[in-house]
Design a protein around this ligand. Structure first.
Ligand code: ATP
Length: 265
């Protein structure tokens, strides 16, 4: 394991120390420690059920951890109210997008800015998100529920941007999207990071995409971080190649089980 503090020399924006969260008797994450530095894209890789979503929900205050501390910009935010955490500059793009289906695209975007005091800049930021995602401008007055899955993912990211965050938590942006759309979304996420300097913590099952887009990575297994390094180095590690393969085999096993159930050959 490399010394993570030496990685970029940038200040640590988000710091998790020994965090444990549970659902009743089920411990979903155990002793999770990780750092995200200013201006980087960090990723947590893990297969289904590894605990990725739980990490993000614990950071953004949706779940209170049983143990450990979370610091954002040097301030302890452990178990603080989610609205307070958004106001401090940390926005969460949830798994499955969760847009307000009966509100228009522009009203969804306005909801993202509801905690902001600098109202003058809100209109400017709406134009900014329309530059990243022109299709949302075309659909501005349509109900968000009528958008495709990919467009809803774009809206969900844009809604987070409307809070003018310093750090965005991004939960499996590739979920349910075609490889082409996934690639497009990742390219825009990287642009947002490079152009706005927004720090990003991304959790993904699509390890290949995430490792290519990110600077630093953590591998999560059964609720524990088992490996961390720069993404350049992680891509070269045999364990990671096995990890990819492991996921591929699990996918093939799941497909065989499903076909058997349906009596397919
Ligand atoms: P996925 O990619 O499937 O969302 P994940 O890595 O994000 O997986 P989590 O959703 O964080 O994993 O789940 C971690 C563990 O906690 C799993 O064992 C899961 O079954 C369990 N879990 C998650 N949500 C709940 C819940 N609301 N109640 C009980 N157990 C839960």
């Amino acid at each position: 394991m490399s010394d993570s503090t030496d990685f970029s020399g940038q200040p640590v924006v988000l710091n998790l120390l020994n965090v444990e969260s549970a659902y009743g008797p089920i411990k979903a994450i155990r002793g999770v420690s990780l750092k995200v530095r200013k201006g980087e894209i960090a990723t947590v890789l893990g297969s289904n059920g590894a605990g990725k979503t739980t990490i993000l929900k614990t950071i953004s205050g949706i779940i209170d951890p049983r143990k450990g501390t979370i610091e954002f910009k040097g301030e302890a935010i452990t178990a603080r109210d989610p609205a307070y955490i958004v106001q401090r500059g940390l926005s969460h793009v949830p798994e499955g997008r969760e847009v307000f289906a009966l509100l228009s695209v522009q009203d969804n975007l306005a909801m993202g800015a509801y905690t902001r005091k600098d109202r003058d800049n809100v209109a400017k930021d709406m134009e900014l998100v329309y530059r990243y995602f022109p299709i949302l401008k075309e659909r501005a007055t349509q109900d968000a529920g009528l958008l495709s899955g990919g467009q809803q993912q774009m809206l969900s990211i844009s809604r987070a941007l409307m809070a003018n965050p310093e750090l965005i938590l991004l939960d499996e942006p590739s979920l349910g999207l075609s490889p082409k759309l996934t690639k497009e979304i990742f390219e825009i996420v990287v642009r947002i990071n490079r152009e706005r300097g927004t720090t990003i913590l991304l959790v993904e099952q699509n390890a290949n995409m995430a490792l290519n887009a990110s600077d630093y990575g953590y591998v999560l297994e059964n609720g524990r971080i088992v490996m961390e390094d720069t993404c350049a180095r992680l891509r070269e590690k045999d364990d990671i190649k096995e990890f990819f393969l492991g996921m591929k085999e699990e996918g093939q096993r799941a497909e065989r089980r499903w076909k058997k159930k349906k009596n397919w050959r």
